[in-house]
Write a protein that binds this ligand. Structure first.
Ligand SMILES: Nc1ncnc2c1ncn2[C@@H]1O[C@H](COP(=O)(O)OP(=O)(O)OP(=O)(O)O)[C@@H](O)[C@H]1O
Ligand SMILES: CC(C)(CO)[C@@H](O)C(=O)[O-]
Ligand code: BAL
Length: 384
């Protein structure tokens, strides 16, 4: 592990330093070594130096070179449709790693049979432009250790070499399951979700072998599942969690927000407001589940009651899936907050498709399907 630690003081022998010190050696190395030749032909994102890998062998060669050059690698796994939440994770990764790898892969096995795999937003050209602009910003900012070195955008054949397993609960295949943390809350509503996430992340970690991986707080249970997987499978990886990035009105950024449309977008902050009501109770000194969650449930009930007073062409209906008060490590429900640990307040609501859509109404992408929104707030431990 010591060898992997980047050091600003120690400059290892890199291709750059070889070319500076022995200008005639590098061309000879390239012409005789197939691995280096392959690397020199590596595709990049247009108008940038960001390498684009679609397969494993070339990425592994590149990764080996980083290791030999004592360069640390940070991985930011994504499903594309990038927004400021993803970019904040990439910034965090560039601050503390010599090279950042961003993976872009819509992983079928984490989608339930009736979920939105087919309509999941795909915005490759916009993603490429965002990554290129961010890379320039990172390069110009002297405070970073690294910048975006590579995008890994594999095909499903690459990620599932024995064939893609089905999306059904009883599908057969090589899976990683992390229980019980992956069975509750999101796992209860989406029974194959964390199996798919843990499986694809294990693959990405094995392919990229990063020193650090970056995940967003917005998907808090996902971070608990990944931390448990890293611990229980003895992976030599540090899991770093980046703060939830929000729209100006507080809505957590999410690729799926495009499904909302104007009417539902207006009341999409209901979940956050409910969680904030619960947080306020905790900050006032409440520690019991009922005292903390009561105000959240009341807020959601009153917003729904207001909506139901409106005409069908104006109103929005939603269903609260859960509002939870849980242990931060294992996501099990708690009756009382242990002040030394704090707790996680989290929730999910399902915004139902709008009724009586108007002729000129923006009902959201993909015909405005039902949208499940999730959010959470960390109740910090009390320090004395
Ligand atoms: N608002 C956000 N702030 C910080 N990180 C985020 C935010 N939204 C997503 N992330 C993180 O980005 C990573 C990739 O997430 P993903 O590509 O699924 O985007 P998403 O916006 O969460 O999409 P979805 O709508 O599918 O939930 C995850 O670690 C996720 O937690
Ligand atoms: C971690 C992840 C990229 C795995 O597909 C996905 O669950 C996500 O984007 O949060
Ligand atoms: N950000 C989590 C990915 C998903 O909901 O499928």
């Amino acid at each position: 592990m010591l060898l992997l630690q980047p050091s600003r003081a120690f400059v290892p022998l890199s291709t750059t330093s070889i070319s500076r010190q022995c200008p005639r050696l590098l061309p000879r190395l390239f012409s005789t070594c197939p691995a280096l030749q392959a690397r020199s032909n590596q595709a990049t994102l247009p108008n940038s130096s960001i390498k684009l890998f679609r397969d494993v062998p070339a990425l592994r060669q590149w990764r080996r070179k980083q290791l030999l050059d004592y360069r640390s690698v940070g991985l930011v796994p994504t499903m594309g449709a990038l927004h400021a939440g993803h970019l904040s994770l990439i910034r965090a990764a560039a601050a503390e790693n010599s090279a950042v790898v961003v993976s872009v892969y819509v992983n079928p096995t984490q989608f339930g049979v009736h979920e939105d795999l087919d309509s999941y937003p795909k915005t490759w050209d916009k993603d490429v432009a965002l990554l290129r602009d961010l890379d320039r910003e990172l390069a110009a900012d002297g405070g970073n250790l690294g910048k975006i070195a590579a995008v890994f955008a594999p095909t499903t054949e690459v990620m599932y070499p024995s064939g893609r397993p089905g999306q059904e609960v009883d599908a057969k295949g090589s899976f990683v399951t992390i229980t019980p943390v992956g069975e509750v809350l999101e796992g209860a509503s989406r029974p194959t979700f964390f199996r798919g996430v843990a499986t694809v992340c294990m693959k990405l970690f094995n392919i990229v072998t990063p020193e650090r991986v970056y995940f967003g707080q917005k998907d808090v249970q996902q971070t608990a599942v990944i931390k448990k997987m890293v611990k229980d499978f003895c992976l030599d990886i540090k899991v770093i969690v980046g703060e939830t990035q929000r729209e100006p009105d507080g809505l957590a950024m999410s690729s799926r927000n495009v499904y909302l449309g104007t009417r539902r977008r207006r009341i999409a902050t209901t979940l956050l407001k409910a969680l904030q009501a619960a947080e306020a109770a905790y900050l006032r000194g409440s520690r019991s589940r009922d005292e903390i969650l009561g105000p959240a449930q009341e807020l959601a009930r009153s917003v729904l009651a207001e909506q139901l007073q409106l005409k069908p062409e104006e109103r929005v209906k939603f269903e609260v899936d859960y509002i939870s008060l849980a242990d931060p490590e294992n996501m099990m429900e708690v009756q009382e907050v242990d002040e030394s640990k704090g707790a996680v307040l989290s929730g999910a609501i399902k915004m139902l498709p709008v009724e009586s859509p108007q002729a000129d109404e923006d009902i959201g992408a993909a015909g405005g399907p039902a949208v499940r929104l999730i959010d959470n707030i960390i109740l910090k431990p009390v320090t004395v």
